[in-house]
Ligand binder design. Structure first.
Ligand code: CA
Length: 246
């Protein structure tokens, strides 16, 4: 047992946003929730600060003067330990790019957004991070999922198929977990968007298709004839029940 009591410091959030009103509003509301905030008002300052220390969260606008938000996201993912990133976008075409590029952002909001919803999303990110970092080895063992030859350790985010480990992106992993938890159930693309991406992305069904194709390339022995995630024509996709015969 530690012999001293460490004072819990408030989470430090970096806000990279060139629109002053929006940055100040976010900052004000997060300060109200006892988060400590720092604002960078252009991309150059943003990237300098983002790479300067392990922030507890970065809220990142995509369109910035100087270095853009996508580049900042990429650099943080390449150079830093895991830092949660919440992306702000002003256009759905940008959102499409973010989803398509799989930059590993933790959440996205399109402008205009509700400040209360943003605060709720921030809290949700911190709850997720806390549950990951509080999980001990017992939890790691108990969090295993399996279906046929597919084994998933949700906490460690590891997947093996017939004992070969797979390298999946965040969304590929989440899609696979979703399917493995619901074997035999058919999901429409719009349902998968809601369940896996989390909220209304109407019109982004092709995002689901492209992720399924990439996932198949990794988990199927012949992606042209999938045995795990199969297409249900005119409806969507389902995870086949494993063959239980011996
Ligand atoms: Ca902007």
């Amino acid at each position: 047992m530690s012999s001293y009591i460490q004072k819990k410091k408030s989470p430090e959030i970096l806000i990279v946003e060139d629109e002053h009103d929006i940055a100040d509003l976010i900052s004000l509301h997060l300060n109200d929730q006892h988060y400590s905030t720092t604002v960078a008002r252009d991309g150059d300052k943003g990237i300098e600060l983002a790479l300067s220390k392990n922030w507890d969260l970065i809220i990142l606008d995509l369109r910035l003067p100087g270095v853009d938000g996508l580049e900042i996201c990429r650099q943080v993912r390449q150079n830093m330990q895991y830092i949660p990133i919440l992306i702000l976008t002003s256009k759905s075409s940008e959102l499409d790019r973010v989803l398509g590029l799989e930059l590993g952002a933790d959440d996205y909001m399109t402008k205009p957004f509700s400040i209360l919803e943003l605060v709720a999303r921030v809290k949700a990110i911190f709850r997720r991070v806390a549950s990951i970092s509080n999980s001990g080895s017992y939890a790691l063992v108990s969090k295993k999922l399996s279906l046929g030859k597919i084994e998933i350790n949700e906490e460690a985010r590891e997947v093996t198929i017939a004992n070969n480990s797979l390298d999946l992106t965040v969304k590929e992993f989440e899609l696979l977990v979703h399917f493995v938890k619901h074997p035999g159930k058919v999901f429409r693309r719009s349902e998968l968007l809601n369940k896996v991406w989390g909220y209304g992305h109407e019109g982004y069904e092709h995002t689901v298709n492209s992720h399924i194709n990439r996932l198949r390339a990794k988990i199927e022995s012949d992606p042209a004839k999938p045995e795990h995630i199969v297409t249900v024509w005119g409806v969507g996709y389902k995870m086949e029940m494993p063959n239980l015969s011996i």
